[in-house]
Design a protein. Structure first.
Length: 377
């Protein structure tokens, strides 16, 4: 298990850099709009993928992984902010973000099986060259459809401090962190655990994540609209409970087939949480602050990155000290403990001036004054 720590640190470097970049990107979107930072993210991701294709030393690969953090920050914060702005209706926003998170699923969770199979049968360079070509296509689409340029916000954005001090935003963001910490810990540690306990080949190690990627895709698209109907707080609460149960089932597996159900349940439940809490962040800004979304989705992406920074970085140390099984049990217990807090999002209070608009009732009372001349007449 000695290599787990080095692999975990490299995995976590991307999320750690993204963690630092997110607040800066959020502020940048307030000044220049969303399309220009998004295109910048494409350029950085394209370059980092090429470095991965031809890099051979740990230091070069570490640099490429860290660059991905900056590129992902630009893309994620700008993308979610743009969707929140383009879809002001809460139901439509949830649908759009569910679809977008489904796209994220293909990137974040289908990577391990794709990489494992390609590495086993083709080699290290080929998968990254394919990804570079896909990234180039994405950049061309952005140039044609979004036409990146500077667009300044017309209203005063909420300060990052006011958003961070909002307890309801923190609860929603915390749910995203706890939901993703488990899968983040599994990314570097599960393949090595499978190799040690099952003698799994590289392609089997990668394929083990395939049920999670497919079910995450289903979960995000299903609970984008469904979360709005049943209550996003409830969808996220149930999602955290399911995540905890699935994490406790994984160490019981004795062959790759035993991993299908818990990994599928894990991906589906993470999709429940992500597709519920991302639109919830935009909704909370609408009712409690001003409708400018760059900084709140910087916070949302920070929450996501915390899971993927803490998880891989700590997984190696935890596996070596308390073991793979207890590491997952502890994360499961934390998910169980956090889940009840989401009930507080059932009916979050709004700013007084927002209540008037939302409830379509005004508490303002008007007094009519008459001139003295009118009285004399």
């Amino acid at each position: 298990m000695g290599e787990t720590k080095a692999v975990g640190v490299m995995f976590g470097s991307k999320a750690f850099v993204q963690l630092l970049a997110n607040p800066l990107v959020g502020i940048l979107t307030h000044r220049v709009g969303y399309s220009l930072p998004m295109f910048t993210g494409f350029v950085i991701m394209f370059l980092s993928t090429l470095i991965f294709a031809f890099g051979r030393t740990y230091g070069v690969l570490f640099l490429a992984r860290s660059l991905q953090g900056i590129g992902s920050s630009c893309s994620s914060v700008s993308g979610m902010g743009m969707l929140a702005e383009r879809y002001p209706d809460d139901r439509e926003r949830g649908n759009a973000m569910g679809i977008a998170l489904g796209g994220l699923a293909l990137g974040v969770l289908i990577g391990p099986p794709f990489g494992g199979i390609m590495y086993q049968f083709v080699g290290k360079t080929a998968p990254f060259l394919i990804l570079s070509a896909l990234a180039l296509g994405d950049g061309l689409l952005q140039l044609l459809l979004l036409q990146p340029g500077v667009v300044k916000q017309e209203v005063e954005p909420p300060t990052l401090k006011s958003l961070v001090m909002d307890p309801y935003i923190l609860i929603a963001a915390g749910a995203i962190t706890f939901a993703n910490t488990g899968i983040a810990m599994l990314e570097p540690s599960l393949p090595i655990w499978m190799m040690d306990t099952m003698g799994a080949d590289k392609w089997q190690q990668g394929v083990s994540f395939l049920p999670a990627s497919i079910s995450y895709l289903i979960g995000t698209n299903l609970f984008g609209p469904l979360g709005h109907r049943m209550g996003r707080y409830l969808a996220a609460l149930l999602g955290l409970l399911i995540i905890g149960i699935c994490l406790m089932m994984i160490p019981l597996a004795r062959n790759i087939n035993h991993l299908i159900v818990p990994n599928a349940g894990l991906g589906f439940a993470i999709g429940m949480v992500d597709s519920s809490m991302m639109p919830e962040l935009g909704y909370l800004v609408d009712i409690r602050h001003t409708a400018v979304y760059g900084s709140v989705y910087a916070i949302g992406d920070v929450a996501f990155c915390l899971g993927f920074a803490i998880g891989p970085a700590m997984s190696g140390t935890l596996v070596n000290t308390i073991g793979f099984e207890w590491m997952l049990f502890i994360i499961a217990i934390l998910d169980f403990m956090y889940a009840p807090l989401l009930y507080l999002l059932r009916n979050p209070p709004t700013k007084e001036e927002k209540k008037t608009l939302i409830n379509e009732k005004s508490s303002v009372r008007y007094i009519t004054y008459q001139n003295e001349e009118d009285d004399d007449e």
